[in-house]
Design a protein around this ligand. Structure first.
Ligand SMILES: *Cc1c(COP(=O)(O)O)cnc(C)c1O
Length: 403
């Protein structure tokens, strides 16, 4: 296929790949914007040839040459997004799913289908990833450990080591080279949702599998849900086979929006990261803030702990949106103990460093002084009694000042 990851030149910079990868054939097609293919099925008069193509897919899971037969097998628009994301992560291939959780599910099912049901994972993870592993919904069994305990936790049936760095929601970082070493021959999965390939390319540190909630920075505008796994050709084939059998496909419109989102990923991440670093340093100097987490790798996420009731800060923001999720053009704030990590048992949250006083801020592209103004007034709105007790009332919105 023209559109395969291997067809593109090897030496383009990330910013160039962001706007060109997955689009290399467009000029030859006489197009500028990528075509959006909404077909659920594809006509073919040659059933014998279709049988051969289906057999080939059943053998390796490799992308079919030519039309995809049926939309659960593949989609040309989504394939462009997969190609582009693979290029940005420096991977041979990538496979897209309906959400980040569908992507993680497919990874776990591939390993479980090979008899490798044991997963070693380092907390904290995104709340629902933690839940999926801890609840054993897919028949996986998890050993939680810190990075130093990985090597000792490996068993004959260990199929995966999973880490997030920076981790959701504490922004804790793990040393990928050291973890990779501890994994031996067990594949290392790194959830790279927070850093994005703009700041960190885990495959270069020896990870075998990179996972994204594409819902976050890759889409970047809070209007598309998706997930994607970047990996080698062999594992990608296994993921495609699981995707075909279980049906967690990305809608082509989402594939279109994610490809479009990638083109501005480097500028969005750099601009939002600069504001986040500035806000982190202003937060550190604020008397109501007891602790600020901002990772060495940088990024647009800041977490901080407050003296009073963090829910009062949530109730008091006016420009910033109080909402779960992250990675959008606008700034979002949420309270992990109430929302994103609510599903994780309290004791597990606490031992993973997720304090009840922690707030998670996803910094967008607004003016940094406007953001600080809103954060500052929201922190100051904490009543002295909220330092010890829950507040009763929710403050009424005040009119925003225009400048
Ligand atoms: C949101 C998120 C996920 C789950 O992705 P969905 O697209 O919501 O299914 C996984 N990992 C991290 C780090 C996330 O932030």
């Amino acid at each position: 296929m023209e559109n395969s990851a291997s067809a593109a030149p090897a030496t383009r910079a990330l910013a160039t790949e962001a706007v060109h990868a997955g689009r290399d054939d467009l000029a030859r097609l006489g197009l500028h914007a990528p075509p959006l293919d909404l077909s659920t099925t594809y006509p073919s008069y040659d059933a014998a040839q279709e049988a051969e193509r289906i057999d080939a897919f059943a053998a390796t899971g490799a992308r079919l040459d030519g039309p995809p037969v049926y939309a659960r097998l593949d989609n040309p628009t989504t394939a462009r997004f997969e190609t582009a994301l693979a290029r940005l992560e420096g991977a041979q291939d990538a496979v897209a799913f309906a959400s980040g959780m569908a992507a993680l599910t497919a990874v776990l099912l591939v390993r479980a289908s090979q008899g490798l049901r044991h997963v070693i994972a380092v907390r904290p993870l995104y709340g629902c990833s933690d839940h999926l592993l801890a609840a054993g919904l897919l028949g996986t069994e998890v050993t939680w450990t810190d990075p130093a305990g990985i090597a000792a936790a490996i068993r004959p049936d260990t199929g995966l080591v999973m880490v997030e760095t920076p981790a959701n929601p504490t922004l804790a970082e793990v040393d990928l080279a050291a973890v990779r070493h501890a994994c031996g021959s067990v594949p290392l999965l790194v959830d790279n949702t927070f850093a994005t390939p703009v700041l960190q390319r885990p495959l270069e540190s020896g990870a075998r599998i990179v996972l994204h909630s594409a819902t976050k920075y890759l889409g970047g505008h809070g209007d598309v849900m998706g997930g994607v796994v970047a990996c080698d050709d062999e594992f990608a084939g296994q993921l495609r086979q699981v995707r075909f059998a279980t049906g967690g496909v990305l809608h082509p419109m989402a594939g279109y929006l994610l490809l479009r989102g990638l083109s501005t990923l480097p500028v969005r991440v750099k601009a939002a990261s600069a504001s986040a670093a500035e806000l982190a340093s202003r937060l550190r100097a604020h008397p109501q803030v007891t602790r600020v987490h901002y990772p060495r790798v940088g990024g647009a996420m800041v977490s901080f702990e407050v003296q009073g009731d963090p829910r009062e800060v949530i109730a008091a923001v006016r420009l910033i949106t109080p909402a779960v999720s992250l990675g959008s053009v606008d700034t979002l704030i949420q309270h992990p103990a109430s929302i994103s990590h609510r599903i994780v048992a309290e004791s597990d949250r606490h031992s993973a460093g997720v304090s009840d006083r922690l707030l998670r801020l996803s910094v967008g592209l607004e003016d940094v002084d406007d953001l600080w103004g809103d954060l500052h007034q929201a922190l100051s709105a904490q009543t002295p009694r909220s330092v010890n007790h829950r507040s009763s009332g929710v403050r009424q919105p005040s009119a925003p000042a225009v400048r």
